[in-house]
Ligand binder design. Structure first.
Ligand code: ADP
Length: 200
């Protein structure tokens, strides 16, 4: 069984993934995979450099993400081209990672993705778990964790999928307004249910 885990910025996805891992449940992080597919030596990086040239490469041969972001931000068709190069490879590699973890004997596995619904990665999951917090708390936790002020955090939250839409697509919800101990208790309860589901 694959459980997709998502939520807005600073909702607690990483914290939840670590709590599941403490119970023996491994995860694949879609953001990590998105970085993997454009590492030096990867075909996607060669295609991107072939289209945009040196300006999208760093001195060490890695991708200059800021340069790419600027190109696709300014041009919708370039954004679609970039996604056509990266998305199938990201998906393929996510599947490969998930299969490896399952073959290694995981009771079930998590796919942690900030864009689980937006990217269609939810199709890979048997269930979707949404980490939910009020926007005010998201903004406060983003500002405390990242080097951004309240206004910037507010803008990031406003640009993401609305809370109500995410909740409408959830099979399960974790309310992360409480302490990390509250969170761990909810994870333990879900883990118990998920293990029952995998054996039924
Ligand atoms: P995400 O991966 O969704 O961006 P994180 O798991 O990194 O979110 O959590 C965002 C920030 O909020 C981190 O600094 C984390 O330590 C903190 N945090 C998460 N859950 C709680 C909680 N229940 N109580 C207090 N702080 C929390």
């Amino acid at each position: 069984m694959i459980v997709g885990v998502t939520g807005g910025i600073a909702s607690g996805k990483s914290t939840v993934a670590r709590a599941f891992a403490a119970l023996g449940v491994p995860w694949v992080d879609a953001d990590d995979v998105a970085r993997e597919v454009v590492e030096p030596g990867e075909p996607a990086l060669a295609e991107i450099a072939g289209r945009y040239g040196e300006r999208v490469l760093q001195a060490n041969g890695g991708l200059n993400r800021r340069a790419v972001r600027e190109i696709v931000f300014a041009d919708e068709s370039e954004r679609r081209w970039l996604e056509s190069v990266t998305h199938p490879r990201i998906r393929q590699r996510i599947v490969a990672h998930l299969e490896r973890l399952q073959a290694e004997g995981a009771p079930y596995v998590l796919l942690v993705s900030p864009l689980l619904f937006e990217s269609g990665q939810s199709e890979l999951a048997d269930r979707c778990l949404v980490i939910d917090v009020p926007e005010s708390l998201q903004i406060a936790r983003t500002a405390a964790r990242d080097d951004v002020d309240d206004a910037q955090a507010r803008a990031i939250v406003a640009a993401q999928m609305p809370r109500s839409e995410r909740l409408a697509r959830a099979d399960d919800v974790i309310d992360n307004t409480g302490s990390e101990a509250d969170l761990a208790a909810q994870v333990a309860e879900l883990d118990r249910r998920y293990r029952l589901l995998t054996t039924s």
